[in-house]
Structures are given as structure tokens and as C-alpha cells.
Design a binder for this molecule. Sequence first.
Ligand code: GLV
Ligand code: MN
Ligand code: MN
Length: 429
Amino acid sequence: MKRPDGTRGTARPATAARQSPTHPSSFTKMWHDLRPIGRNADTGGYRRYAWTGADADCRTWFQEQAEARGLTYETDRNGNQWAWLGDPAAGDAVVTGSHLDSVPDGGAFDGPLGVVSSFAALDELRARGAEFTRPLALTNFGDEEGARFGLACVGSRLTAGRLTREAAYELRDADGVTLPQAMERAGYDPEAIGPDPERLARVGAFVELHVEQGRALDLSGDPVGIASAIWPHGRWRFDFRGEANHAGTTRLVDRRDPMLSYAETVLAARREAELAGALATFGKIAVEPNGVNAIPSLVRGWLDSRAADQDTLDTVVTAIEKAAREYAEAHGIDLDVVRESFTPVVEFQHALRDEMGEILRERTGGTLPVLGTGAGHDAGILSESIPTAMLFVRNPTGVSHSPAEHADEDDCLAGVRALADVLEGLACR
Ligand code: GLV
Ligand code: MN
Ligand code: MN
């Protein structure tokens, strides 16, 4: 079977799919056009970081798709892109979309699948002759992954008032470029950023389609599922400071090497997460001076930790920090721990979730599985302000945040149909 990325894979039945006018060509053409943008030829992974050239190309692609369909295109004060069908001022809009940026060497699907599916679902609804009774908007939220400035979901956090303008102005990338500088260089006015309650007041429901980042759907044999909840999660920066010195002349007993306490902390994180049934990952590290023949003066490691509930997450992170302080003290190392971001548990609104389930049950005759996730999403950030819901598309390996991330084309098209059904049920009554 042909995959959306042009490679070949094993065919699998789209069990909840039904006959429908979905044109693979609409989805496949968009997928093909977007595919080369920001793709690293050596790794095959995507490097679409906020406010870079690759991000600009993705944004141009979005605008072109909007204009080709006669939609009203706009960028909001926080750099999120919107494409409107109907009058935005009418209120109670149904909105769908996701993000186009990526983690370092990310996969093709995390984010783009939701954006491409939004346009494809609109194409399908037009082919069905659907008549809209509510405004519809398609969106691309900016900087969802936080790969450049360290904080995830910057676009939706700003819009929802969950990131202040002052805090956003403090964000810096690895080269010291601030978020407002990066926005300005990309041609956007950073003066305008901040909460956007008027915009959110126009939205009656936001539905985000996303590739599943686990194997629940593969195990249940369903191409599409509905999200129940997002685990609480956060990012903590651990700065271990020691003393730079010569690797060839400094006796081991005389060293204050922060790498040792960092390494021990990585092992403690794994141990504590296992004990609690949680997740803890050190996936990013910065070392100074970063020389092969120099004992480091600084090891900065970022902990990403997630758990099913807040108490468990607190317990795990507290235990990891306690262990890190003990190791640091034993090696004469100074340690600072800073919580850089935190997202509490999200329980998607039952009313919208149930309505979606009912719409899909009526149209497909089947019941979609409802599943939770440990991954963060704009739909989670927005859920405190407006009703949000999510659809997941089967990922046969569960791999995500990696070039190996994948979904079969048949499943992607089943996702488009499900999204079109949901939009039709919500916006075309
Ligand atoms: C976003 O994908 C996250 O969960 O980190
Ligand atoms: Mn992601
Ligand atoms: Mn995503």
C-alpha cells in the first residue's frame, strides 16, 4: 500500500471506514506539497522551528491552501494562522486545525496531519454539498513543539492568556535570540502579542485531529479514536555547575565535574519514574565549555516528566530533584532547578466528546474507542477557555517525535472522513 510520504507499507483494513467521496487526491497532493519543507536530507526528519525559514515556508503553504479555497485568511496577534469560511464575527464558529512546526528531527505527521486533514475535510464537505450554518475556521497554531524557545504551545498559550506577554518576551533560543526578535525578523509585529479573548469568544468548538503517539489504536484495530484526557506534564531545567579544568592533568580527586551528578540524576529519573508508573526523560543537554579535553563547568539538562495524575507527577519530580541535590552535594556541585513550563491534566469536555461520538456512531454505525495520551496539544491548552476535543489516527508502530513516525494512507483518509463527519454534524445542522 502506498503511504502518504510516497514509501510503501503493509495494507491494513480501515475497519471504521465507510464508502465516502473522500478524494485521496486532495489529501495526497497537499501531503506531497508539504513533504519537502524543512526536511533534513541526512536524517529524513523535520526541522520546522518557530519563526525560521522552514516555518515561513509552511506558513506560505497554509495561506496558499486557504486562498485556493476562497477562504478568508488572517494571522492573529500571536502569529497563529486562520482560514475562515463564513463570517468570523458571527460567533459560535467550529474550528479545526493543529500545528506545522516540529521537534528536532520530528516526523511528518505530528501536527501536519491535523492541518492537512482540515483542508481535506473541507474539500470533502464541499464535495458532499454540505451547507454550513455556523462559521468554520481552519488553523495552524504557531510554535506548538517549543523546539526553539523551550516552551511548548506558545501560540495557543498566548491566545488563551496562559503565557503572559512579559514572559513571552523573556523566551530565548540557543543563540540568545528572543522570541520578539525572531518574530520581527520573520516580518511579524511582536508588539501585538498577548491574550486574545475576543477571538476565542467567537469559537464555539475546536476539534484537533492528530496522529496517535502510542499504539492503542493499533492494538484495538481501529483507524480512528477520540481523546479522553491529556496527562499533566512539564519541563524542568537542571543546572549543574562545577569547575572547568584540564582533562589530562586534573587528578580525579581534585575535580568538581558536574557531568557525574548529571549522569546519576538521569539514572535516578528512570528509577523514580518506574517506581511511580510515570514517565521521566532527559532528552536535551547543554555542556560548557563542551570540549573533549575539558572537564565541564556546566551541565544543563532538561527533564520532561509526565504522569496520569498530578500527585504522582509531583512525587516523581520531587524525588528526582532530591536525588540530584544529594549527588550534587557529594561532588561539590552547585545545582539550580527551574520549572520552565507546566500543563495540568486536561479532561476533554464530555459534552463535545459525546456529541462527536454520537455523530460518528450515526454515520459509521460503529463506536470509536476513547483514549488518553501523555502528549501535549493546543487543544489541551485551549480547553480551559473553549470546548475542545481531539480525534486520533492510528500509528501502527506508535513511534512519534522521530523520522520513523507513520500513519497509513487509508487510515489518514479515514481520519479525514471522521473529521468531515464531525464538522458536518457540528456546523451544518
Ligand atoms: C508535544 O508533542 C509534547 O507532548 O511534548
Ligand atoms: Mn509533538
Ligand atoms: Mn502535535
